[in-house]
Write a protein that binds this ligand. Structure first.
Ligand code: 8YV
Length: 319
C-alpha cells in the first residue's frame, strides 16, 4: 500500500523530520510554510493529510480551500484555537492535537516565569550584562518570596495540575478556578472557586492555564486585575487572548501588580513591545514547550495521529 501523502507546514525538529519518509510520502517539515503555501502544496501533492502549528490560522476560509481528499488536519500543539474546528468537522475532517506530551515542559516554564517575575530576574540579568559594578544595601533589589504564597490557578487541566504539583514543592497554597471541580485525589487540598472573580482577591500569584475560547477572551482585564491584591504577580503560558494587554500594562505601570511573567501575547511574533519597556516584566517568546524532548514528542504524537487516521484506525487525540 502506498504511504499517506502529507504536507507538513511547520519546520519540525530534526529527529521528527528525518522520520517522515518511514511512514509518509511527505512535503515540507524543513521550514515554516505560510497557510497559503501549505494549501497550494496540499493541492499539488494530492495530500490526504495536513500538519500545522499554532502559527497557521486555519480559518473557515482556509479549511474550505482544502480538497475533499484531505482526511486529517493535525496540529503539533495542544491548543487548537487557531483551527475553526466546527468548520473542519462540517467538512468531514478529523482534527487532532497533542495533549499530555507538553504538560510537564509548559508547567516548568510557568514555574520559571513565576520565579523570574517574583525575583526580578529580568532586571538582575540586564544589570549583570552591563557589568554590575554597584553594591546593594540590604534593602535594595528586593523581590518576592514564593514559599508559602497563595497561587491561584485559572484553568486546572493537565498543565494547571502539573503547575500545582510543582508549586506544592515550594510550600505554596493552591487555589484554583475551573469550569468543574476536580475529584478530591486530583484536587489534593487545593481550594476550588467556581467563579474566577471570587478567587482573585486571595491570589498572591495568578497563573493562567486555561485554553483560548470566546468564553476566556480578555478574561483578565481592568476589572479582574483590580480584584487581585496590590503587589500580585501574573504568569501566562496559555494564550495572550485571555489578557487585555492595555489593562495589564496599566496594572504593571501603576504598581498594582508587582510583576508579570509572560510567554504568550495577543499578537505573536509581533508582540506589544511596550512590555519590553517595563523592568517588572519577564518576557519569553512562546517557548513553553521548547525542549528537545518535548518538541520531538509533540511532532511524533502529531504524526502518530496522522498515521492512525490515514490507516482507518481512527485518531489517537481527536479534538
Ligand atoms: C506552541 C502551544 O504552540 O501546544 C501549544 O498549544 O502553545 C505551544 O506548544 C509551540 O511552541 C509551537 O510553536
Amino acid at each position: 500500500m502506498s504511504k499517506p501523502r502529507l504536507v507538513v507546514a511547520p519546520g519540525l525538529p530534526k529527529a521528527v523530520f528525518e522520520s517522515l519518509p518511514e511512514r509518509f510520502d511527505p512535503i515540507g517539515g524543513d521550514r515554516n510554510m505560510t497557510v497559503d503555501e501549505a494549501l497550494s502544496q496540499v493541492e499539488r501533492h494530492q495530500a490526504e493529510a495536513l500538519l500545522v502549528s499554532h502559527r497557521h490560522k486555519m480559518t473557515a476560509d482556509a479549511i474550505a480551500r482544502l480538497p475533499a481528499r484531505v482526511k486529517v488536519l493535525a496540529t503539533v500543539t495542544v491548543g487548537y484555537d487557531h483551527i475553526d474546528v466546527p468548520a473542519a468537522k462540517a467538512k468531514g475532517l478529523t482534527v487532532t492535537n497533542t495533549p499530555d506530551v507538553l504538560t510537564d515542559c509548559t508547567a516548568d516554564m510557568a514555574m520559571l516565569l513565576m520565579l523570574a517575575a517574583c525575583r526580578r530576574a529580568a532586571e538582575a540579568e540586564q544589570l549583570m550584562r552591563k557589568g554590575w559594578r554597584q553594591s546593594f544595601g540590604m534593602g535594595e533589589f528586593l523581590g518576592l518570596q514564593v514559599t508559602g504564597k497563595r497561587l491561584g490557578i485559572f484553568g486546572m487541566g493537565r498543565i494547571g495540575q502539573a503547575m500545582a504539583q510543582r508549586a506544592r514543592g515550594f510550600n505554596m497554597q493552591i487555589l484554583y478556578s475551573n469550569r468543574s471541580r476536580l475529584k478530591p485525589d486530583l484536587e489534593a487540598g487545593a481550594q476550588y472557586f467556581a467563579d474566577l472573580k471570587e478567587m482573585l482577591p486571595h491570589c498572591d500569584i495568578l497563573a493562567i492555564h486555561a485554553p483560548a475560547s470566546a468564553a476566556t477572551e480578555k478574561v483578565i482585564n481592568a476589572e479582574t486585575l483590580a480584584l487581585l491584591p496590590k503587589g500580585a504577580v501574573l504568569v501566562n503560558t496559555a494564550r495572550g487572548s485571555l489578557v487585555d494587554e492595555d489593562a495589564l500594562l496599566d496594572a504593571l505601570k501603576s504598581g498594582h501588580l508587582f510583576a508579570a511573567g509572560l510567554d504568550v501575547f495577543r499578537s505573536e511574533p509581533d508582540y506589544d513591545t511596550r512590555f519590553a519597556d517595563l523592568p517588572n516584566v519577564f518576557l519569553t517568546p512562546h517557548i513553553g514547550s521548547a525542549t528537545v524532548e518535548t518538541r520531538n514528542a509533540m511532532g511524533f504524537r502529531a504524526l502518530d495521529n496522522v498515521a492512525a487516521v490515514c490507516s482507518g484506525a481512527g485518531a489517537i487525540d481527536p479534538v
